[in-house]
Ligand binder design. Structure first.
Ligand code: ATP
Length: 194
């Protein structure tokens, strides 16, 4: 039976921080594959303007082509609505027995505000990405207690910084794959004020 990791996010754009982290979590957790699931509009980011779902999806496709342990799913994007992790997990549970949900460090301290957090914990094992730069644990509730913290290679790249760099006309070599860099310039992404 395959054991998969689900890695959700805005991915605007997907960068080497995401890719290297996903590769290392896969090895640490012994996962068969990791599925990137770009969110349509994150419930936590409804006031933030993002690139089109299609552009974000295309950039993930370009970044993972030829890598057999990475996949991308358009499940949340196709819903054309705010996505909730619990609903996505219910869907993927129809196809996979064992799911590990990969979330950023800050998210575990907001986890109690997510829709049906107990049900999420029933459906998946929650893996929290801990970086060397991560602040100490803020508090411990039952979700923090149940989560599995994984120390990953710290690649301090942020999508926000990439968007700012493009807007300012600065190079983004080495931050994203060559294909994504080309896509960003061809599609004139991040040229407007953000
Ligand atoms: P933004 O700067 O737009 O908020 P982001 O890259 O921090 O972008 P997402 O695209 O939503 O945010 O990231 C998806 C997931 O990847 C989140 O769980 C986030 O914590 C994690 N992540 C983001 N950047 C890195 C990185 N450099 N290394 C490891 N994990 C990362």
């Amino acid at each position: 039976m395959s054991k998969i990791g689900i890695f959700g996010g805005t991915f605007d754009p997907i960068h080497h921080g995401h890719l290297i982290t996903a590769q290392s979590v896969r090895e640490i957790r012994g996962l068969d594959k990791i599925i990137f699931i770009p969110t349509y509009i994150s419930p936590h980011k409804t006031n933030v303007k993002t690139s089109s779902p299609e552009d974000r999806l295309n950039m993930i496709r370009l970044s993972i082509q030829g890598v057999d342990f990475f996949e991308v799913s358009d499940f949340e994007i196709n819903k054309h609505d705010v996505s909730y992790t619990v609903d996505t997990l219910r869907e993927f549970k129809k196809f996979y027995d064992e799911i590990e949900l990969i979330i950023g460090y800050d998210n575990i301290f907001k986890f109690y505000t997510w829709k049906e957090p107990d049900e999420i914990m029933n459906l998946a094992k929650v893996i929290v990405l801990k970086r060397k730069s991560s602040q100490p644990v803020e508090f411990i509730d039952k979700y923090v207690e149940q989560a599995t913290f994984v120390q990953t290679r710290g690649i301090e790249i942020s999508a926000t910084d990439i968007r700012h760099r493009v807007h300012q006309g600065l190079p983004i070599h080495y931050l994203v794959t060559k294909e994504v860099e080309k896509y960003i310039f061809e599609h004139k992404l991040y040229t407007e004020e953000i």
